[in-house]
Design a protein around this ligand. Structure first.
Ligand SMILES: *[C@@H]1O[C@H](CO)[C@@H](O)[C@H](O)[C@H]1NC(C)=O
Ligand SMILES: *[C@@H]1O[C@H](CO)[C@@H](O)[C@H](O)[C@H]1NC(C)=O
Ligand SMILES: *[C@@H]1O[C@H](CO)[C@@H](O)[C@H](O)[C@H]1NC(C)=O
Length: 478
């Protein structure tokens, strides 16, 4: 695990001569939706003019792969790939600022791939690769009642087309349980994938959903089958099957569609942006541990929660301030009365106190001020932790904590000592419940202190503090 406090300064590369430069672009894949325009970012550092340079964009994954060429002050696109004709552009006004980004208009599925941005001056050259991913969002799923079988089941078929890459199609019952499709069909067409699944249902008065999902996009259609319809279909089975099979199918190709796309799409949008945000946070937190992200504070504080301490849980020698924002140690004379109801909730040996509120999902973050204190631990604890006796404050016992007791340490078993070069004044605790992460940061220097990762949380987690200081440990307002 990681415990080195990394300095998050991206040191600039020093350039020995004026015409040397480095080329920069996006590190992560660029995802775009087909038919939209997209800018593939690429720029020089330092910001010197690229007007006199050769700017070549080409596909790494194709032969004869010129996408766009700018040379001798003009576009030279005679060898350009046919499929890019008329769709590419470098920003002439931006070149003098060292911005060699490429605009690609009306993105197609076939544009997905790796793009090299290669910049050459008379004496120097450098390049980067941009990974472009294209998504095509297909049609809303279409449900058709496609006849029935002799046992009285209805065949429901769901179809959706125009997706790229291949989407996932599922049938769900009214409880949201996935149903196994009897037949599934998928085809690759020029405008993306077409998928088709069929199920047979026997339940009256029920709802079925057909859902198509692609990464964080989702579309859903619902069909409601009332018992009245079902019965009349059933009786028609008997009736019509006597008459003619053909007319039966024709007569029953009446589809019952109830679209709820608008509402669903709004819901999806919210889910999607939350998902995406979480994904970004996770990616960036792992980058922080590698020392490459600067805006740590604002990133984490998006998840700030207002932690207050629960005096009922506190060890009798821990005095929690009225507003629940401070705790200090003060030895109490005498013992607490046995009959005290609240006694059960108290830590009786460990100098611990829990927060008032616990969390069972998502991310949360809080900061404490530990300036000048010489014995403290902060972190989170499971609601059900043992509160009596000499409990170990480690993950096995349901505590995920870091702090100072003689040395900086993470309360793993055995303890992991943290070689911090600067004493943190303020410590941030970040928890990602689903990912099983508890991370600690030095807020002032924006250094990552330590992370418990890959933990599995299945109980409520509470902020927890351990302190032996007569000076208060303060929970910061964010
Ligand atoms: C480059 O220019 C384009 C078009 O004006 C702009 O969208 C993009 O943000 C610029 N990139 C940089 C790094 O300045
Ligand atoms: C935190 O919660 C407490 C108690 O509910 C409240 O008094 C205080 O104003 C809150 N602080 C912030 C910053 O919201
Ligand atoms: C987390 O656990 C998974 C499966 O148990 C393992 O494959 C992975 O390497 C672990 N990751 C870390 C960072 O320990």
């Amino acid at each position: 695990m990681e415990f080195i406090c990394l300095t998050l300064i991206i040191t600039g590369i020093t350039f020995s001569t004026a015409d040397q430069f480095a080329v920069f672009g996006p590190v992560d894949p660029l995802v775009t939706v087909s038919d939209k325009d997209v800018i593939l970012p690429c720029y020089l550092k330092p910001k010197i003019s690229a007007v006199d340079m050769r700017v070549e964009w080409f596909r790494l994954d194709l032969k004869d792969s010129v996408v766009h060429l700018y040379e001798d002050h003009e576009d030279k696109n005679t060898n350009q790939l046919q499929s890019y004709r008329g769709r590419t552009e470098v920003f002439k006004d931006e070149l003098q600022k060292g911005n060699t980004s490429l605009k690609l208009s009306r993105v197609q599925i076939s544009d997905e791939g790796f793009y090299k941005c290669f910049i050459q001056s008379k004496t120097w050259s450098d390049d980067i690769t941009v990974d472009l991913k294209v998504e095509a969002l297909g049609s809303p799923p279409l449900i058709t009642v496609d006849g029935f079988d002799v046992s009285g089941g209805l065949h429901l078929q769901c179809e959706s087309k125009g997706w790229y890459p291949e989407p996932e199609l599922v049938w769900l019952d009214s409880e949201g349980v996935t149903l196994t499709s009897e037949t599934t069909d998928k085809q690759r067409e020029t405008d993306g994938f077409r998928v088709k699944h069929m199920i047979t249902v026997y339940n009256r008065d029920s709802k079925y959903h057909c859902r198509v999902k692609l990464r964080h996009h989702m579309m859903e259609t619902e069909i409601i089958i009332s018992s009245k319809m079902f019965n009349s279909w059933r009786s028609s089975v008997i009736l019509i099957s006597v008459v003619s099979v053909l007319s039966m199918i024709a007569g029953l190709l009446i589809a019952v569609f109830i679209y709820r796309h608008r509402e669903q799409q709004r819901k999806d949008q919210r889910l999607k942006s939350e998902d995406q945000r979480l994904k970004n946070v996770r990616e960036r937190l792992s980058l922080i541990e590698k020392g490459t992200v600067k805006d740590l504070k604002s990133l984490l504080r998006k998840y700030a929660v207002n932690v207050t301490l629960d005096p009922d849980s506190a060890h009798p020698d821990l005095i929690v301030s009225e507003d629940g924002k401070q705790v200090r140690y003060e030895e109490q004379s005498g013992t607490v009365k046995d009959g005290d109801q609240k006694l059960n909730y108290k830590f009786n040996v460990r100098l611990c106190v829990l927060g008032n509120e616990g969390f069972t999902s998502g991310c949360f973050y809080y900061e404490v001020q530990v300036k000048g204190l010489n014995g403290w631990f902060v972190g989170v604890a499971r609601e059900s932790v043992e509160r009596k006796g000499v409990i170990k404050l480690n993950p096995e016992s349901g505590f995920w904590m870091s702090g100072l007791r003689g040395k900086y340490q993470a309360s793993e078993s055995p303890y992991v000592y943290l070689p911090l070069s600067v004493a943190p004044q303020r410590v941030g605790v970040f928890v990602d419940y689903e990912e099983g992460r508890v991370s600690f940061y030095d807020v002032e220097s924006m250094c990552h202190i330590y992370s418990f990762t890959n933990q599995s949380f299945n109980k409520k987690l509470y902020p927890v503090i351990w302190s032996v200081n007569s000076a208060p440990l303060i929970i910061c307002d964010l």
